[in-house]
Design a protein around this ligand. Structure first.
Ligand code: NAP
Length: 281
């Protein structure tokens, strides 16, 4: 079977061009990006946001909080950004500093500026099929599935990883589209049941961050695999799936890098422009 490797660069460029066309509708657009604790993945995501901001003439404001900042001060900074009419969208980068309450921090982002879709209000509205914003990583996975025109009705979808940014919201959206969704996580892995679920999957979506967690031989022939995971193995960026082995079985697969990651920043900016549009009205 020849596998189709689903790269995202072309889709991302399409989104960038459509945003460029809308840019003239706004005198100014500003993204506030809050870094709360440093790591390589955050630095790389910020660099790519900065690049997108430059090409779209968006003001990029990076706010760095470190161990000298208390959680209370962080919430104060977010409230200032909420009240600053020149700021259209706010991003809070994880991991947060030790002991900080994720729920409290995301809750403090004003709904209309919550371009990551992680405020509990937005996540709650997702249950009703009516979120103001859908998390960019979720939008990226949905767009990749759309790009191969796959009919989700009745398909067995297995999601590996149960995080707020991906597994939880995506499972609701896919079940709303009448896919049969299984959510697997560390409990499934530790019960040695991951291969069982994956063998029955028409579509696998994984976001764990453990290189080669998913063995090629566990994948059903003809399955579609979307790999969101990013981690380093032998100094190389690698996904959750044993890519070379998987190629022998899948009909479509996203590479890492060059797959989902290339789209996430595009959808973050798409949400930013949506926020700017709502605020203008
Ligand atoms: P997270 O919040 O740590 O979630 C990871 C999930 O994986 C958790 O549900 C965890 O279960 C589960 N898990 C851990 N070990 C497992 C195992 N051995 N088998 C099955 N499930 C396991 O992480 P995240 O923020 O969702 O990020 C996950 C990965 O996606 C990371 O590599 C991150 O860099 C990447 N990512 C990529 C993009 C992109 O644009 N491509 C965007 C966001 C994130 P428990 O909670 O039970 O431990």
């Amino acid at each position: 079977m020849t596998a189709n490797i689903l790269t995202a660069k072309q889709i991302a460029e399409g989104i960038r061009n459509s945003l460029k066309n809308k840019r003239g509708n706004f005198p100014k657009i500003t993204l506030a990006s809050c870094v709360m604790g440093d790591n390589e993945a955050v630095r790389s995501y910020c660099a790519s946001q900065k690049k997108w901001a430059d090409t779209l003439s968006v003001e990029y404001r990076e706010i760095v909080m470190d161990s000298n900042t208390s959680e209370k001060e962080a919430i104060g900074i977010i409230e200032d950004l909420n009240n600053d009419a020149s700021v259209n969208g706010i991003v809070l980068h994880k991991p947060f500093l030790e002991g900080w309450n994720e729920h409290l921090l995301f809750e403090s982002v004003k709904r209309e500026k919550d371009i990551e879709g992680l405020n509990p209000y937005n996540l709650g509205e997702l249950f009703f099929g009516n979120p103001l914003f859908i998390p960019p990583t979720v939008l990226s996975v949905l767009e990749l599935l759309k790009s191969i025109s796959i009919d989700l009705y009745g398909k067995n979808v297995v999601i590996v990883g149960f995080s707020n940014i991906l597994g939880k919201p995506l499972s609701i959206i896919l079940a709303d589209k009448f896919a049969t969704v299984s959510i697997t996580h560390i409990g499934t892995f530790e019960a040695s049941k991951l291969p069982f679920y994956l063998r029955n999957a028409d579509i696998i979506i994984t976001a764990v961050g453990k290189p080669h967690l998913i063995k090629g031989q566990w994948i059903k022939d003809g399955a579609v695999v979307i790999d969101v995971g990013i981690a380093k193995l032998n100094n190389k960026i690698t996904g959750d799936v044993e890519f070379k082995e998987a190629l022998k079985h899948v009909s479509c697969i996203t590479p890492v890098p060059g797959g989902v990651g290339a789209l996430t920043v595009a959808f973050l900016f798409s949400n930013l422009f949506k926020a700017a549009g709502m605020q203008k009205r």
